[in-house]
Design a protein around this ligand. Structure first.
Ligand code: IVH
Length: 666
């Protein structure tokens, strides 16, 4: 029986890896996402019941539950060099002349690749297993970001292919964030009151430097492999063939690589991407041109920090000029005032741009953007339109400097600048502008997810005085809504039905929907899981909140203060009276050791120490390396040593491995 389970687990792992390969490397999935999820779920379940069979290279083990304290450093076996840049065809020709001169012949060719705009990473595989993943750092020494890189599904934990895998293979490539993932991440961040990332590269870099891999796992990072660091036996004589072999090993290679016989072909390929790149679902900031053969690369060598056999070609940044028709100030859900420039519509990188955020009043002041100004706009990372320059010479004679508002444009109340911050906020808790934004957020897809309750309906509900807070939404009748503009009986009924349905949303959605400062979807999930009910969360003191893993003191204070506010409490009471019934998180099998602190000591039969600790954490428990009065019990294997004695002294319960397994599977 146990043998059958082991076999099934191994079979499932092989299957999942094969489907990862089909999906990420060949781009030819054979099964639907659903079928894949089913395989994965079966594997996960079998491993949960048989934790002693879990291995670190199992596809289920990508995400470490234990946050890091910091990053250790890794010395690259072969330095990670940088590249020289070119900006036009002439500079590319000059590069080619240097190559021809260096080789003393014209007998060479190039590989042309996209220059992915992400973060360079070195993956070290030993005997086919991913051992470390490190950032470039200063080229010699980088940060060990293995825990985070392991969460990227496109990065194989185990190389594929029997027998032909070099003992040591350092694969280099780019971790990047696809555009759609970047836009979605920024949307979520701005909803949670967190600053947006300026571009996908920063977002990818930030995601790799998180101490908690569980958050990285949600960032939808991707990966392309494009070169080799250390290697124990060569994969091929040239780069092109190496990349083909990468694919056989299960490593994703960008599908747009091209061979070029001479520099004219290189130039054609590069220019061909000037427009085409805007249709990719990730950003590239140029092209990379590499001499193909490795022996020729050796002859060419490197200058300082960059090799002579490779060069990048950078696209000119796309910009447009337009005029500022007006400057608006918008009020956000937490009262932040944001200046926005309304522009004469203009084409930029494939879209029509009519508005550009000016971020905050410090930035607006720095640029000194005025109504009537001619401005240069650029898309930050090709995505968010930004004003980068004001053409002061073209400024109309009477243009006046934009005044930082002293009052809220929506409710006329006083505003104040955040202490040590850049934001200016409306201080009026009853500001209708803020209320509209709060309601929009409450009903949003990632919160209470109330279909049909859109911006214009919310505007009307607030303006007519029908809705003054979240609870009022649940008191609405079809007749109230049906009389509003653009609302027929049927659509009114749909809205009311959607509102009604949201009453039974899970607790975390309600916690997120309240719009508590610093609390986004993820932290709401942590809170909901920890407390299990709204009542328990509301009663929690600041210390208890701050003690929760990943809830920092700022979040703890914010949650605590939110629930101490009388108005907030009244609204929540009303929500509950109107029938909102947040659903408790389901008790998981993984709650067996919830709230327990366990010390593992001695040699276990079925687990390594690490596996036992992971199992405890998966079951909701905490582990500690030393026995104290706070320890709930000690799991003792063979030769348990001093921790066992200490437990005896303190009267802490000691359990055997057998008992531990029983508790886990009970
Ligand atoms: S090859 C000697 N290929 O560009 C350099 N780099 O500016 C070997 N990059 O740090 C790197 N796409 O992060 C190479 N197809 C590609 C690339 C690429 C993006 C990045 C990489 C490197 C930077 C140099």
């Amino acid at each position: 029986m146990a043998k059958d389970v082991k076999k099934r687990i191994e079979r499932l792992r092989t299957e999942v890896r094969r489907h990862d390969y089909l999906y990420y490397v060949l781009n030819q999935p054979e099964i639907t996402d659903r079928q894949y999820d089913k395989l994965f779920a079966e594997l996960k379940e079998l491993e949960q019941v048989n934790p002693q069979l879990i291995t670190s290279d199992s596809p289920t083990q990508r995400v470490s539950e234990r946050p890091l304290e910091g990053f250790t450093t890794v010395r690259h076996a072969v330095p990670m060099l940088s590249m020289d840049n070119t900006y036009n065809a002439d500079e590319l020709r000059a590069f080619d002349e240097r190559v021809a001169k260096g080789l003393g012949s014209k007998d060479y060719n190039y590989v042309v690749e996209l220059k992915i705009d992400g973060v360079a990473i070195s993956l070290r595989y030993e005997r086919g297993q991913l051992i470390t993943a490190a950032t470039r750092g200063d080229g010699e020494v980088g940060d060990d970001v293995s825990a985070n890189v392991r969460t990227i599904k496109a990065v194989p934990l185990v190389l594929l292919g029997g027998g032909e895998i070099p003992d040591v293979l350092e694969v280099r490539g780019e971790v990047y964030m696809p555009t759609a993932a970047f836009v979605e991440l920024n949307r979520l961040r701005s909803e949670a009151g967190e600053p947006a990332f300026a571009n996908p590269r920063n977002a990818a870099a930030g995601s790799l430097k998180l101490l908690d891999a569980r958050i990285t796992a949600q960032r939808n990072l991707a990966f392309f492999a494009y070169s080799i660091g250390e290697i124990s036996q060569p994969l091929a004589e040239g780069h092109w063939q190496s990349l083909q072999n990468f694919k056989k090993l299960g490593l994703p290679v960008n599908p747009n690589i091209k061979k070029a016989g001479d520099i004219n072909e290189v130039i054609d390929i590069c220019l061909g991407w000037t427009e085409r790149r805007l249709r990719l679902d990730y950003l590239i900031d140029g092209m990379v041109i590499k001499v193909n053969r490795f022996d020729q690369r050796d002859i060419l060598g490197a200058t300082g920090r960059a090799p002579r056999w490779c060069i990048s070609y950078k696209f000119p940044a796309e910009q447009s000029e337009t005029t500022v028709e007006s400057i608006d100030v918008q009020v956000g859900k937490s009262g932040i005032l944001t200046p926005v420039a309304n522009l004469a519509p203009v084409q930029l990188s494939g879209t029509t741009v009519k508005r550009a955020t000016l971020h905050n009043f410090d930035e607006l002041g720095r640029l000194d953007v005025r109504q009537g100004d001619t401005v240069v706009i650029e898309k930050a990372g090709e995505i968010i339109p930004q004003v980068v320059e004001v053409k002061k010479k073209l400024r109309p004679a009477r243009a006046v400097r934009f005044k930082v508002p002293k009052k809220c444009p929506n409710c006329d109340s006083a505003v104040a600048k955040d202490e040590n911050g850049v934001y200016i906020r409306c201080l009026n808790p009853d500001c209708l502008g803020q209320l509209k934004e709060r309601l929009r957020y409450f009903a949003g897809r990632n919160q209470m997810d109330i279909e049909h309750l859109g911006t214009s309906l919310i505007e009307q509900l607030v303006d007519t005085g029908l809705v003054k807070n979240f609870a009022d939404l649940y008191k609405l009748q079809i007749a109230d809504v049906a009389v509003l503009e653009r609302m027929a009986e049927k659509s009114a009924a749909n809205v009311i039905e959607a509102i009604e349905k949201s009453k039974l949303q899970p607790l975390w959605r309600l916690v997120a929907a309240l719009g508590i400062r610093h609390i986004g979807g993820q932290s709401a999930q942590l809170l909901a899981e920890h407390f299990g009910s709204l009542e328990a969360l509301m009663a929690a003191d600041e210390e208890t909140l701050a003690a929760i893993d990943q809830i920092g003191p700022t979040m703890a204070e914010s949650v605590y203060e939110y629930f101490r506010n009388k108005t907030n409490r009244t609204i929540i009471d009303e929500l509950l009276v109107t029938g909102v019934k947040p659903q408790r998180p389901k008790a998981k099998r993984g709650d067996k050791f919830a709230g327990k602190t366990i010390v593992v000591t001695g040699t276990l039969e079925n687990f390594t120490r690490q596996q036992a600790e992971n199992t405890i954490k998966q079951a909701g428990g905490k582990t500690s390396s030393s026995v104290s009065k706070k320890t709930d019990f000690v799991l003792a294997g063979e030769n348990p040593g001093s921790k066992h004695d200490k437990a005896r002294q303190l009267g802490v319960k000691v359990i055997s491995e057998k008992k531990f397994l029983e508790m886990l599977n009970s």
